[in-house]
Design a protein around this ligand. Structure first.
Ligand code: F6R
Length: 242
């Protein structure tokens, strides 16, 4: 595992964007696994900037996202589809038909999970998977538990995750309590994993995940067993591992 301590959020974002753009330049039809949340916003901004300069061409690239809230339509402002469209897909030349997220409106949870697994299979694994990390160590919406869930599944979000996400929803708008998420096996089968984290509030979980025991109680700790992981943190998130 390679751990890079960046100076600040901008530096972390630029470094992560460098890895992703190098992947697309080396393999134009790469499959990128993508994340939402606050952490990757700067990374996507940087990719859009380089795209506008003519440095990256996404016309052959496919993307598959980690997760989506259950019960939100793609045009709901808090849906992950809306996030990806507005922060990245609408701003670059990727074909929308090559961008995949779980369908939050799917009624049949099992059928939706099977459909998503099939897409991952058809894409023949992810070349580079971008990950954030939750305060409780979740990756995607793989929440702490008694075992690592392997494949795409529908989860009941923990109260700490619901509370952490509340800030993003309008007052009176309830945070969904369930989400579809890619499983640990699909994440672990990615050829290269890029995890980014910033800010002091992530310092403890960065230490627990990468310097503590591998346990489903800290889902990100499984990444210690992957042979090609790059963790990029800013100084604050990295302050307990120096
Ligand atoms: C989002 C996702 C989540 C986030 C995590 C951190 O697609 O998979 O695991 O990466 O909740 O969120 P932020 O970046 O908002 O701190």
């Amino acid at each position: 595992m390679k751990i890079i301590i960046a100076n600040d959020y901008e530096d972390m974002s630029r470094k992560a964007a460098n890895y992703l753009s190098a992947q697309v330049i080396m393999k134009p039809d790469a499959v990128l696994g993508l994340a939402t949340g606050e952490t990757p916003i700067g990374t996507y901004k940087q990719l859009v900037e380089w795209y506008n300069k003519g440095d990256i061409d996404f016309s052959q690239t496919s993307t598959i996202n980690l997760d989506e809230y259950k019960g939100l339509t793609g045009d709901h402002k808090q849906s992950y589809r809306y996030f990806m469209d507005t922060n990245l897909f609408d701003l670059i030349n990727i074909k929308k038909s090559n961008t995949y997220l779980p369908n939050g409106m799917a009624k049949d949870e099992e059928a939706e999970c099977a459909r998503y697994e099939n897409i991952i299979k058809e894409l023949r694994n992810i070349d580079m998977q971008l990950l954030g990390i939750g305060l409780n160590g979740h990756i995607g919406f793989n929440e702490p538990g008694e075992s690592f869930e392997k494949t795409t599944h529908c989860v009941q979000l923990t109260q700490s995750t619901i509370d952490a996400n509340q800030r993003l929803f309008d007052e009176g708008d309830a945070v969904p309590e369930k989400a579809f998420t890619m499983g640990i096996k699909s994440i672990m089968q990615s050829k290269h994993i890029l995890l980014i984290a910033n800010g002091e509030k992530k310092a403890q979980i960065i230490r627990d995940a990468f310097f503590g025991p591998v346990t489903p109680k800290v889902p990100a700790s499984i990444l210690q067993l992957h042979n090609n992981v790059t963790v990029i943190v800013d100084k604050e998130a990295g302050k307990l591992i120096k």
